[in-house]
Structures are given as structure tokens and as C-alpha cells.
Design a protein around this ligand. Structure first.
Ligand SMILES: Nc1ncnc2c1ncn2[C@@H]1O[C@H](COP(=O)(O)OP(=O)(O)OP(=O)(O)O)[C@@H](O)[C@H]1O
Ligand SMILES: [Mg+2]
Length: 261
């Protein structure tokens, strides 16, 4: 059964999408079968894989929409998954997904649509990574209910600590009310420049608050990481020898060790 990891942080631009795509490729290069679920209407994981959302006939939106209308209906998940574009598979997103927030608001028990959908494929993959939007809407709730691990990427700045505290509260609430299985995999400092006092202090604060074992290997600031999506490539495809690639490979190895695989 797959380890399902949701990447979440209420703070925008904290590295959720970048980490989803590069971690997915890192895990795949370690021989793991990986599915990425783009659950953000910005569709940036999809675009980062070189896929243009407006060209898609089906996406996560249609899958959730069908399931919402009729839980017994045949899901089109097998035909929606994009295979062979990367070393990992992808359920893509498109901007229509933003409409689902409004549609979901009208129905009860809509928090587990994504979990039910992923049940169909959890035996095919070792890891399912879910990329979430920064907002705390019903799509995000679906992502938190569908996962058994929470991974929080964070840019080590003063204001990020507030976002981290909010995420911890959200985890407690989800554990208590919706998904007792969800556990904190760890916190990944992203865009990290350990030469600055700020980054060192914030990383130290994370270590003190969460413990050594929840502080995951940091990903250093590397312009190659920011460039890679414009070529539809992961960091391993774009610049295999750069420090960003080596940081993401170390992160992938650490995730494999932690998820008990
Ligand atoms: N290690 C890094 N070095 C340099 N730039 C990075 C690094 N990691 C991420 N970035 C850049 O930081 C920006 C924000 O990253 P990303 O889009 O992954 O954040 P996000 O949390 O998914 O944002 P959103 O909340 O909007 O979904 C992007 O331009 C990305 O290329
Ligand atoms: Mg994103």
C-alpha cells in the first residue's frame, strides 16, 4: 500500500510544488513507483511537468466532480493519469478546479472524495504525493484526509514560523476530527542559505520545537531549481550535478527511511 504524503503550508511560495515534483523524481530514481496528484487549481505541478492545463480533456477536477455527483459512478482515474512523461505518474490539474470549492460547499460529507478516489490506485504505487494550494478550502481538507503523512516545506524566514504554527494546529484538528492517521513526516527548510543568521536561527527554532527527527534535510537556495520548471523538467533532468539535485536526493532517501519502506 502506498505511503500518501500531502505537502502543505498555508504560506504561499513555500516550496510545496517544487518539492512535490523533485521529491517525486528523487523517489522514482530510488526505484519507487510514484504518483503525483496536483490538487491546486494553479496547476503548477502539471505545468512543471511540461503539460499545458488548457490542453487537458480530463483532470483532477473531472475526477472529483464525477465522484461528487455519484459516488458509485465508474471513476475515470485510470485514463486521467498521465504516464511516461516523467519517471513518475501524474494526475494533472487545471484552473477549473477552483470551481469545485464552490460545488463542494453545497454537499455534506465531501471531505473524503479524494481519499476514496485514491483507494483505487494505492496498491499500484509506493508513494503518492499530493500538492496542495496555500488556501485552507475544501480541496486542502480533502488532501489532508487522503494522506497518512504531512510534509511541510518552509522557507526559513521569521514570518514562516507563524505559518508553521498554523499548520501544527491544523494537524491537531484534522487528527481529532477527520483523519487520525495523518502524522507529521517532517519539516523541510527550502531556499535555505545557512550563511545567513536568519536561516540558521529559524532552522534551530524548528529543531527545538519539533525535535531533530522531524527536521528533514534542507534544500539550499539554487537558481537551477527555479529554472527547471520552465523547461518542463525536474532538477535531476535539468541539472543533475547541481546542489539542488543532491539536496533533493538526500531528502528522498530520508523520506524512504522515515516512511518505513
Ligand atoms: N531551493 C530553491 N532555490 C531557489 N528557488 C526555489 C527553491 N525552491 C523553490 N524555489 C522557487 O520558489 C518559488 C516558490 O516555490 P513553489 O512554487 O514551489 O511554492 P509553493 O508553496 O508551491 O507556492 P504556492 O503556495 O503558490 O502553491 C518558485 O518560483 C520556485 O521556483
Ligand atoms: Mg504550489
Amino acid at each position: 500500500m502506498a505511503a500518501t504524503i500531502v505537502l502543505a503550508n498555508r504560506k504561499g511560495g513555500s516550496g510545496k510544488t517544487t518539492t512535490t515534483i523533485n521529491l517525486a523524481d528523487g523517489l522514482a530514481r530510488q526505484g519507487k513507483r510514484v504518483l503525483v496528484v496536483d490538487a491546486d487549481s494553479q496547476a503548477q505541478s502539471t505545468i512543471s511537468c511540461g503539460i499545458m492545463p488548457y490542453q487537458l480533456a480530463v483532470s483532477i477536477y473531472e475526477l472529483l466532480h464525477i465522484r461528487m455527483a455519484d459516488p458509485e459512478a465508474d471513476s475515470e482515474i485510470a485514463t486521467t493519469i498521465i504516464r511516461g512523461k516523467q519517471r513518475f505518474d501524474l494526475i494533472p490539474s487545471k484552473p477549473d478546479l477552483s470551481a469545485l470549492e464552490i460545488e463542494l460547499a453545497d454537499i455534506s460529507n465531501c471531505q473524503s472524495l479524494l481519499r476514496d478516489l485514491l483507494l483505487e490506485v494505492e496498491n499500484i504505487y509506493d508513494y503518492i504525493l499530493i500538492d496542495l494550494p496555500p488556501s485552507l478550502g475544501l480541496i486542502t481538507v480533502n488532501g489532508l484526509v487522503a494522506a497518512n503523512w504531512l510534509l511541510i516545506p518552509i522557507e526559513p524566514t521569521f514570518l514562516s514560523m507563524d505559518g508553521l504554527a498554523q499548520m501544527t494546529n491544523i494537524l491537531y484538528k484534522v487528527n481529532a476530527e477527520l483523519n487520525p492517521e495523518l502524522r507529521l513526516m517532517g519539516i523541510v527548510p527550502i531556499k535555505c542559505d545557512m550563511r545567513t543568521n536568519l536561516a540558521r536561527n529559524v532552522v534551530e527554532e524548528i529543531r527545538q520545537n519539533f525535535g531533530d527527527d522531524r527536521l528533514l534535510p534542507a534544500v539550499r537556495n539554487d537558481i537551477k531549481i527555479a529554472e527547471a520548471p520552465s523547461f518542463g523538467k525536474t532538477i535531476f533532468e535539468y541539472a543533475a550535478n547541481c546542489r539542488g539535485a543532491s539536496d533533493y536526493m538526500q531528502l528522498a532517501q530520508s523520506i524512504i527511511a522515515r516512511s518505513g519502506d
